[in-house]
Ligand binder design. Structure first.
Ligand code: G3I
Length: 321
C-alpha cells in the first residue's frame, strides 16, 4: 500500500494506529507496519492515562518507541490524543474544578512540547460531541466531562492554543466519530468547527474516524466527500483517522474501505487515510470485546496476517488515483 500511495497520481500518506507491544514482540506485525504504511497513529500510548500517570509524572517510554520506529522507517506521526474526556488517569479525574484549566494546558504543553518536531500532527481534542442527540436543537451537544464541566466549550479553544504554542509547526486536528453521513452529528460538528474558526482558534483540520462497527452500517463516499469540501470552505483540512469496518462479508468490507479511500483521494484537502490497526490479531474491538465481532471482521489483515480482499481493493483504488 505504501509504495502505491507514494507513487499515486495524488500521493497520500497511508497510516495505521499502532501499539508498542506488538511492534516490539511480533515480527510479522512489525514487517507489515514498516512496509505497508507511511504514517503511524499512536493508538493508546499518548493518551493521558498512559503518558501522564501521576500529577508530576510523565512516562514517554511507549510513545518514544513508536516515534523512533516511525523515524527509522520514514513515517509521519499522528499523535492521539492530547485532550479527551476518557482515558484519563484517576488523579486527573479528581482535580478540583478550579485547577482543571491549568492541569489541562500544562498537560498539552508538556506532551506536545516533548514531541516538538517529531510528531507532525495531533488530535488535540478527541470526540468533543456527545454520543447522544441531547443538545438544545435536537442534535448532539458537547460531551460532558471534566474539562467541559470546568470550562464549557472554551476548553477546546484553550487546548488548541496551548498545542500551537508548544509546537507551532504541528498540524492540529479535532477528531470525531459518526459525522461521515449527513444528519445531526455532522451538522453539530460543522457548527462547532465553524464557531472555532470564527473565534480564531488555531485548528487546522478535522478527523473523520470512520468506524463502521455494526452489521448493515456503511459510509456513503459521496456524503463524506461533500463534508470534506464543506470543511475546505472554512479553511480546514480533513483526514480519515480511524477506519475499521465490521463488514457483513470480506467483500462488503473491501468495498467500504475502498469507497472511503476513494472519497479521500478525490478531495485535495484530505491529508491522509489511516486504519485503526493493521490486523485482527490486535483489533481494538475484537481485543476488548466491546462489539459482537467474529474474528477477522474489522481490519485489512486477518489474525494470521493474511490479506483480506480489502487490501487488494485499497491497492486498486490507489492505482486508479
Ligand atoms: O494497558 C492496560 C493494562 O495495564 C491494564 O491492566 C488493562 C486492564 O484493563 O488495561 C490496559 O489498557 C487497555 C488499553 O486499551 C490498552 O490495551 C484499556 O483497558 C482499554 O480500555 C483500552 O482500549 C482502547 C480504547 O480506545 C479505550 O481507550 C483501545 O485499545 C483503543 O483502540 C480505543 O481507541 C479508540 C480511540 O482512542 C478513539 N476513537 C475510538 C477508538 C476505538 O474504540
Amino acid at each position: 500500500l505504501r509504495g502505491l500511495a507514494e507513487d499515486a497520481g495524488r500521493p497520500l500518506p497511508i497510516g495505521a494506529a499502532m501499539a508498542a507491544e506488538p511492534l516490539a514482540g511480533d515480527d510479522g506485525y512489525r514487517a507489515l507496519a514498516a512496509t505497508q504504511f507511511s504514517m503511524l497513529t499512536t493508538e493508546n500510548a499518548l493518551k493521558p492515562q498512559f503518558v501522564h500517570p501521576g500529577p508530576d509524572t510523565y512516562d514517554f517510554t511507549e510513545g518514544d518507541l513508536l516515534v523512533d520506529f516511525a523515524a527509522a522507517n520514514r513515517m509521519r506521526v499522528h499523535g492521539h490524543t492530547l485532550v479527551f474526556g476518557e482515558a484519563n488517569p484517576r488523579w486527573m479525574q479528581q482535580v478540583a474544578v478550579a485547577d482543571r484549566e491549568r492541569v489541562m494546558t500544562d498537560h498539552v504543553r508538556t506532551v506536545a512540547g516533548h514531541y516538538r518536531g517529531r510528531v507532525a500532527e495531533w488530535d488535540v481534542v478527541n470526540e468533543p460531541l456527545s454520543p447522544d442527540d441531547d443538545g438544545p436543537d435536537g442534535g448532539p451537544g458537547l460531551r460532558e466531562h471534566l474539562w467541559q464541566e470546568a470550562m464549557g466549550e472554551s476548553y477546546i479553544d484553550k487546548a488548541f492554543t496551548a498545542a500551537r504554542a508548544a509546537d507551532p509547526e504541528a498540524k492540529l486536528y479535532l477528531n470525531e466519530f459518526g459525522a461521515e453521513a449527513d444528519g445531526p452529528r455532522w451538522d453539530a460538528l460543522y457548527a462547532l468547527v465553524a464557531r472555532l474558526k470564527e473565534r480564531g482558534v488555531p485548528v487546522d483540520g478535522v478527523g473523520f474516524q470512520s468506524h463502521i462497527h455494526e452489521a448493515g452500517d456503511h459510509i456513503d463516499p459521496a456524503q463524506l466527500r461533500s463534508h470534506i469540501a464543506d470543511l475546505a470552505e472554512l479553511g480546514l483540512s480533513a483526514r480519515i483517522s480511524e477506519i475499521d469496518v465490521y463488514g457483513e462479508s470480506p467483500d462488503v468490507q473491501a468495498t467500504q474501505f475502498a469507497g472511503v479511500l476513494g472519497a479521500c483521494l478525490s478531495e485535495p484537502t484530505c491529508t491522509s487515510f489511516s486504519t485503526w490497526g493493521i490486523t485482527d490479531r490486535y483489533g481494538s474491538t475484537a481485543e476488548h470485546d466491546s462489539y459482537p465481532l467474529e474474528p477477522g471482521d474489522e481490519l485489512p489483515w486477518d489474525q494470521l496476517l493474511r490479506e483480506k480482499p480489502a487490501v487488494a481493493a485499497l491497492r486498486d483504488t490507489l492505482r486508479a488515483a
